[in-house]
Ligand binder design. Structure first.
Ligand code: NIG
Ligand code: FE
Length: 414
């Protein structure tokens, strides 16, 4: 008798597939088994399927527990030097942001500290941050540069992102690195933003592309950062170097950055508090993902919400991410971001979980690789001790994750 070609099988599970072809909420399949061959999902079948009886691989009895896709954090600034906690303390005490900026606070404070730290120091500080995300079930994340703003310092940050992949064998993770040289105008270029954009285009993007240190190029398209015209110049160069496009857009004002990202066929437009109808239409047409970052909205005490209902009505995919960074979203928790997306932005728990799995995968150009549970997808998944999928989003500070599997390899027991 031919034996089945499964290395490992998880049986007696409830499987929240997030596969759009399965009409149940969460794409949920009851009493199913998930089989893995190599690093991929080989079958998702009912528990009484005959091929399971012929299987010789390792069997894990899930005893009715829930399996979901691995969580994907598609927008983080995980690597930085220094701390901005004192700046937050001052903000809470009523010191205006202009005064904080005058004292050297804000993004540039982190830039100064990050430049002073060595690659090893940055790596050492980033590992526990990554561990915190992983402990909640993150199997794939995006990491941006953007706190270096010189050629050497941006390359340094992206090298740290690369080294994080292999920093600890117990931390299996898929990392998507992004160049965010256009995060702020560095002090050396004060008053000469166009010259800095030329430097990004002539020196930084070609070096990053040459060393294959990033998959995408991001910008901060905002009145206080880079204009739409400047972002257009950067995207044109990124495109020439075959790098994907994404943007921090419409966070504080409407600079029509989302339209620009969509025009370039960008992976995602992120923040979007001030997005208008034209931006929504352009994103819907281009298939650009809307990445919602409620952590920054909450921490900055913002009041203008992104147009979630209109985005939903237009069929724009909605992703949710932590925006983990030291200044505006200092939260190493994608579950918190999902919770905030529900409470503050009105997403359903199903939308929030889809936003941190299926839609986040699309925002990283990985829709065909991960983000759902279906045959052929990489075997990145999580086993949870919850009675309902919404529990993952509803209750924080709990640790319902039982097992994390990346590319078919289960983590050592927690
Ligand atoms: O995504 N919007 C710009 N960039 C970051 C903030 C980074 C910082 O303040 O250090 C963000 O919120
Ligand atoms: Fe950000």
């Amino acid at each position: 008798m031919r034996l089945c070609a499964f290395d490992q099988v998880w049986t007696h599970a409830r499987i929240a597939t997030f596969d759009p072809r399965i009409p149940a909420p969460y794409g949920l399949l009851e009493n199913h088994a998930l089989a893995v061959q190599g690093d991929a999902i080989a079958a998702i079948v009912p528990d009484d399927a005959p091929e399971l009886r012929r299987c010789t691989g390792t069997v894990t009895d899930c005893r009715g527990r829930l399996i979901t896709p691995g969580l994907i954090d598609c927008h983080t600034h995980l690597i930085w030097g220094g701390s901005r906690a004192a700046e937050w303390e001052a903000r809470l005490a009523g010191v205006p942001y202009s005064e904080i900026a005058r004292r050297g606070g804000g993004i540039l404070a982190t830039v100064q500290a990050t430049r002073a730290w060595s690659e090893d120091e940055l790596l050492k500080a980033a590992i526990p941050r990554l561990r915190a995300l992983v402990a909640e079930g993150v199997t794939c994340l995006e990491i941006k540069s953007g706190y270096g703003l010189t050629l050497d310092d941006e390359l340094k940050l992206l090298r740290v992102a690369q080294r994080l992949r292999d920093a600890d064998p117990s931390l299996r993770i898929d990392i998507s690195p992004t160049l965010l040289a256009a995060h702020a105008v560095p002090p050396e270029f004060a008053g000469r933003a166009d010259d800095y954009v030329s430097f990004i285009n002539d020196a930084i993007i070609p070096a990053v592309a040459n060393h294959r240190l990033a998959e995408a190029v991001d910008v901060f398209c905002e009145a206080i950062a880079f204009s739409r015209a400047q972002c257009d110049r950067i995207f044109a160069t990124a495109k020439r170097h075959h790098l994907a496009i994404k943007g921090h857009v419409e966070q504080l004002t409407n600079s029509h950055g989302a339209e620009l990202v969509a025009q370039y066929g960008g992976w995602s437009a992120d923040h979007l508090e001030y997005l208008d109808e034209a931006g929504i239409e352009a994103m819907a047409k281009a298939g650009t993902v809307a990445v919602l970052l409620p952590g920054a909205y909450y921490f900055l005490r913002a009041t203008h919400k992104p147009p979630v209902a209109q985005l939903r009505a237009a069929g724009v995919p909605l992703a949710v991410a932590s925006d983990f960074n030291p200044g505006t979203s200092p939260f190493a928790s994608l579950r918190l971001a999902m919770n905030m997306a529900c409470v503050l932005y009105g997403l359903s728990p199903e939308e929030a979980l889809a936003g941190a799995t299926r839609e986040a995968a699309k925002a990283l150009g990985r829709g065909a690789i991960c983000g759902t549970l279906a045959v052929g997808q990489r075997a990145d998944f999580l086993l949870w001790d919850v009675s309902h999928p919404a529990e993952i989003v509803c209750s924080l500070g709990t640790h319902p994750l039982v097992q994390r599997v990346v590319a078919g390899i289960p983590d050592p027991p927690l």
